[in-house]
Design a protein around this ligand. Structure first.
Ligand SMILES: NC(=O)c1ccc[n+]([C@@H]2O[C@H](COP(=O)([O-])OP(=O)(O)OC[C@H]3O[C@@H](n4cnc5c(N)ncnc54)[C@H](O)[C@@H]3O)[C@@H](O)[C@H]2O)c1
Length: 344
């Protein structure tokens, strides 16, 4: 078992990562917790049977742990990742890895210098439906991929002192916070993105970061993509869809993009010898539902990272995904500001 510590234990770590790793992981054991709230971390220690808990980063990093999962607010990542690497710990960092591309790159350089592993917590690559889509594309079952769309929205009203609602502490709004996962999924499935155009605005809420973001991506293989992220659509209205279209078929998911490991997926595969139909005939129920057993995305991402430490076999969530992702995000912000397409 790889021994893990958690820095920033109270948010997503408490909601998803820790309970799912404790319950489902085969290679990862969380043995120490840290949060700035003593009351919270003490209570969590009891709840999850973890008897080492701390309120200081220095203290947790002195412990006998192999790796740390950093799930504190984004503005804390840069210094905490550096502290962990300097203490000789491997790091799985929550998304976005930092506030800027330069900070992200600096973390990676430090990890390389220290000969330590660093990854980004893009756990959605481990959703069973996303893995199935990746497999269908790799097997060329959808033909030439021509279009992809990834959507993640929520209702996020103003909250006093919310770090996500300020640029200095969150790095941005709906795009950097939710769009990073969507961009990552499209790049992972379709291939490298080459060019970006974006409209990024704040049209509903009174905070400074964007609540409204649509970006258009052009991939190296010619396919096009759309990533749409909104902080101003009711939660119950959200479908959080992933759609991939090729010349021989298509897949559509509903609610597979999100923190829940489940979702729904429909697949259409074209039969042989399709010709041109001037009627553009469409059968009502051409798509077939695909039903797969959900598996914890968070336990899988921890175990893939632990496996990397144990065997040297790189997981799909290694740092390159986080660095590339940031380049696209910064290009999208630049595109929206300068009102032009940005080549990567
Ligand atoms: N992958 C996912 O499913 C997912 C979902 C939500 C958030 N996230 C990411 O996780 C990170 C945290 O987001 P969140 O929504 O959990 O935030 P949050 O504000 O809800 O929780 C953050 C936790 O960190 C603690 N904290 C604050 N300052 C700290 C410090 N200096 N050192 C240690 N702990 C500190 C807080 O007390 C709190 O318990 C962000 O990078 C976010 O983008 C990922």
């Amino acid at each position: 078992m790889v021994k893990w510590g958690v820095i920033g234990a109270g948010g997503i770590a408490r909601r998803r990562s820790i309970p799912e790793v404790v319950k489902f992981s085969k290679k990862s054991q969380i043995t120490a917790l840290m949060d700035i709230s003593e009351e919270l971390v003490k209570e969590m220690g009891k709840e999850f049977g973890i008897d080492r808990w701390y309120t200081s980063v220095e203290e947790i990093l002195k412990q006998d742990i192999d790796a740390v999962y950093i799930a504190s607010p984004v503005f804390e990542h840069e210094k905490q990742v550096a502290a962990a690497l300097n203490a000789g710990k491997h790091v799985l960092c929550e998304k976005p890895m930092a506030l800027t591309f330069d900070q992200t790159e600096a973390m990676v350089h430090l990890a390389e210098k220290k000969n330590l592993k660093i990854g980004v917590a893009f756990m959605m690559r481990y959703n069973v439906y996303h893995q199935k889509i990746k497999q269908l594309v790799e097997e060329n079952q959808l033909g030439q991929i021509v279009y992809g769309r990834a959507q993640l929205t929520c209702w996020y009203p103003p909250i006093p002192d919310a770090w996500r609602q300020k640029k200095a502490t969150g790095g941005g709004g709906a795009l950097i916070d939710m769009g990073c996962h969507c961009i990552d999924l499209l790049e992972w499935i379709i291939g490298p993105c080459q060019e970006v155009t974006a409209f990024i605005d704040t049209i509903t809420h009174p905070y400074e970061v964007e609540d409204t973001s649509t970006i258009l991506m052009k991939f190296k293989n010619g396919a096009q993509g759309v990533v749409d992220n909104f902080f101003n659509i009711p939660d119950q209205a959200a479908k959080n869809m992933l759609e991939i279209y090729g010349t021989k078929g298509a897949v559509i998911t509903h609610n597979s993009i999100g923190q829940d490991s489940a979702g729904k997926m429909w697949l259409y595969l074209e039969s042989e010898n399709k010709g041109y139909s001037s009627q553009q005939a469409r059968t009502k129920d051409a798509y077939q539902e695909v039903i797969l057993e959900p598996k914890s995305m968070y336990a899988q991402e921890f175990d893939a990272f632990s496996h990397w430490i144990q065997t040297g076999e790189k997981p799909v969530i290694h740092y390159e995904a986080g660095v590339r992702n940031f380049r696209i995000i910064e290009a999208a912000y630049q595109s929206s500001k300068e009102r032009k397409a940005i080549k990567l």
